[in-house]
Design a protein around this ligand. Structure first.
Ligand SMILES: [Zn+2]
Length: 167
């Protein structure tokens, strides 16, 4: 039976590339979600093709939207669990979102601190001298030397709400 024929029986079906395109998601990310159990495994056709249906599309769109709200995979996993087995009341869902709002608040505070650090750094230079006398570069060198050996160095870049989240 051809994929086309199956498609007419089970509704819209897609290959992983189509699913990737439809959700602006990388193929490897889709596979990762599958491995992590967020997305149900692809359906096997009789010809042993891996195909995805509208349910996959819907679920992946849900995951991607949650990612755009900077939720972690763990948070999304929890939400999906509630979605799959709706509990009596939705207080747990609301609690999860409240917690995530708190994560964002913490990150805002950290970013404000970072902004102040950069403004202070900028004050080290009038901007009219030569590069080898630049107060900003001098200050950066000084601060980086002071930080040598501190574990601050590893995670010092501007990150999302959760510093260690990915995909
Ligand atoms: Zn969160």
């Amino acid at each position: 039976m051809s994929i086309l024929k199956l498609g007419t029986i089970y509704g819209e079906i897609m290959k992983i590339g189509d699913l990737a395109k439809a959700t602006h998601t990388k193929v490897e990310t889709i596979r990762y979600y599958e491995r992590e159990g967020l997305l149900h495994e692809a359906v096997r056709t009789m010809g042993n093709y891996r195909v995805y249906n509208v349910e996959h599309l819907d679920r992946l769109s849900f995951i991607r939207h949650c990612r755009s709200l900077d939720m972690t995979l763990e948070e999304i996993k929890t939400l999906l669990r509630y979605k799959d087995f709706p509990p009596e009341d939705c207080s747990n869902v609301n609690a999860l979102i409240d917690e995530h709002i708190e994560h964002v608040a913490v990150r805002i505070k950290e970013l404000k601190h970072l902004q102040k650090q950069l403004i202070d750094l900028r004050k080290n230079c009038s901007g009219t001298g030569l590069v080898n006398q630049c107060g900003v570069l001098t200050e950066l060198s000084k601060a980086s030397r002071a930080e040598q050996g501190s574990n601050n160095l590893e995670f010092n870049h501007v990150n999302g709400t959760h510093k260690f989240s990915h995909k």
